[in-house]
Design a protein around this ligand. Structure first.
Ligand code: PEP
Length: 239
């Protein structure tokens, strides 16, 4: 099935780079940016498709330091990143919490991008698929066959500031993407976009983006460099 690729930029807790024009969607490639909360407004004003990196399902409440999905919607966001491994690890977000967040985003018409992926020790113990299946099934139990986007981000391939970290091999990525797709409800199995994330760069993106079950990328480190990001988007347009 033909789906246009989606390239997502996760700027994490870094300031917005210059050259916001490099983050606009092209005719045949969708682009979305997840900036820090203070840069949401400038991205939205620059006509970039913008999403929150985190949002709480409750609309308001005594949750110091948090922001609600409803507030992100009010601000003009159209996407929400759910369950990034940084959030699962540093903020102990559970599979159930990620599922609740996803469901609330759908209710508010924000498109969720749900991150799943195993840690290095889980992979080494041969538990990669088991971990990913548990993350996915908590979400599916809550949202059924609602249309969302998934991002497979093997935690062992995420750069965390190390530009020399290798991405997953195309074989490893394709195997897990096909597995994830096989777990999706039949109605949305073929139409769902599954992004790959983990050290995607201009040098390795073509091999990953051409895989049959990879429908785009979630880019961290390389998305902070406007030239590198624009190159990834350009390569995606040719894939
Ligand atoms: C991420 O943290 O979502 C990510 C994919 O980072 P990087 O591209 O730097 O590995």
């Amino acid at each position: 099935m033909e789906r246009s690729l989606l390239i997502a930029a996760n700027w994490k807790m870094y300031p917005a780079p210059d050259s916001l024009k490099n983050y606009l969607s092209l005719k045949n490639v969708d682009v979305v940016v997840f900036p820090n909360f203070f840069d949401l407004e400038s991205c939205i004003k620059a006509k970039i498709v913008t999403g929150g990196q985190f949002g709480r399902p409750e609309d308001t409440g005594a949750y110091t330091g948090d922001v609600s999905i409803a507030m992100l919607k009010e601000q003009g966001c159209t996407y929400l990143l759910c369950g990034h491994s940084d959030r699962r690890w540093f903020h102990k977000e559970s599979n159930e919490f990620v599922a609740e967040q996803t469901a609330r985003a759908i209710e508010l018409s924000l498109h969720p991008v749900i991150c799943v992926g195993e840690r290095e020790e889980e992979r080494d113990a041969g538990r990669g698929k088991e971990v990913v299946e548990a993350q996915l099934s908590a979400v599916l139990k809550k949202i059924g066959d609602a249309e969302v986007t998934y991002a497979y981000e093997p935690v062992w391939a995420i750069s965390r500031g190390d530009p020399t970290k290798p991405a997953a091999t195309p074989n490893d990525a394709q195997e897990m993407h096909a597995f994830i797709r096989s777990l999706l409800p039949a109605k949305i199995r073929e139409s769902t976009r599954i992004l790959y994330g983990g050290s995607m760069k201009p040098e390795n993106c073509e091999a990953l983006l051409k895989l049959p079950d990879v429908n785009g990328g979630l880019v961290g480190g390389a998305s902070l460099d406007p030239e590198a990001f624009a190159t990834i988007v350009k390569i995606a347009a040719e894939c």
